[in-house]
Design a protein around this ligand. Structure first.
Ligand SMILES: O=C(O)c1ccccc1NCC(=O)[C@H](O)[C@H](O)COP(=O)(O)O
Length: 263
């Protein structure tokens, strides 16, 4: 069984348990449930921001512990101050050391879009995302059928959420594109063997219809790569480990962004 199968199996158990503990009515009465999500497009295309979607990531299946010494509040506010266009907060507990409380904590101290980074397989998780104060949800083509992608995207849009679809290859892209999506992300990490290759983004960018925001995800560690990806047509850049592996992820991002402007 590969890692994605393991994650999805566990996710099904988690969602079933959450449904028993917290009713949909309770989610709908949460303080953030009726807030209007920020527009992902507006923040991503704002030229005063960096285009970076900066991720809070304690650990990962590929790297183990990345950073368990920093708080979500200090890191995400520093990311925002350094020019992040959006934040990505992992809410998966078992594989990434995240928590839904991390999203709530990030929402409490930030005024830019937040992506709930998790493995979405059920409408219940989208209701949770709205209740936690997320603005964007992630749909991963590798774990969903085209019908599931459509159902979940339509449901998320009905709640005013932005939808980011993640693909790893041309086949996933071609079978998954639907008008309800806001953004399409190309993940440079092969989730079967964890190998990374930025070339995946360059190979797929022209296949993504121009109606969608184009995001390159994973393994970005050099400001020059951002300039190259931007020139190729990408609007956004999801970066986690490169900042989180340092003692001060916010300062690391500020330094990265300063080089971005000067290259
Ligand atoms: O990061 C992993 O090891 C991983 C393993 C299995 C499924 C997903 C995984 N990562 C999720 C992500 O998409 C990344 O956290 C995100 O793109 C940031 O990547 P990076 O900048 O390389 O931390």
């Amino acid at each position: 069984m590969n890692i994605l199968d393991k994650i999805v199996l566990r996710k099904r158990e988690e969602v079933a348990l959450a449904k028993e503990l917290v009713s949909i009515k309770m989610l709908e009465s949460a303080i953030h449930f009726n807030r209007t999500p920020y527009s992902f497009e507006e923040f991503l295309l704002d030229e005063k921001r960096s285009g970076i979607i900066a991720e809070f990531k304690r650990r990962s299946p590929s790297k183990g512990i990345i950073n368990d010494k920093v708080t979500v509040e200090e890191v995400t506010t520093a990311y925002a101050a350094a020019g992040a266009s959006a934040l990505s907060v992992l809410t998966d507990v078992d594989f990434f050391g995240g928590h839904t409380n991390d999203l709530l904590a990030a929402r409490a101290v930030n005024n830019i879009p937040i992506l709930r980074k998790d493995f979405m397989i059920d409408e219940y998780q989208i209701l949770e995302a709205k209740a936690l104060g997320a603005d964007i949800i992630l749909l991963i083509a590798a774990i969903l059928t085209p019908d599931e992608i459509e159902d979940l995207a339509v449901f998320a849009k009905s709640l005013g959420l932005n939808v980011l679809l993640e693909v790893h290859n041309l086949d996933e892209l071609q079978r998954s594109v639907i008008p309800e999506l806001d953004a399409i992300g190309v993940n440079n990490r092969n989730l079967a063997d964890f190998s990374v290759n930025i070339q995946t983004s360059f190979d797929l960018v022209e296949e993504i219809p121009d109606d969608f925001l184009k995001i390159s995800e994973s393994a970005i560690s050099d400001p020059i790569t951002i300039n190259e990806l931007r020139a190729a047509g990408f609007d956004g850049f999801l970066i986690g480990e490169n900042f989180m592996k340092t003692q001060n992820p916010g300062a690391s991002m500020a330094d990265f962004v300063s080089q971005l402007i000067s290259v």
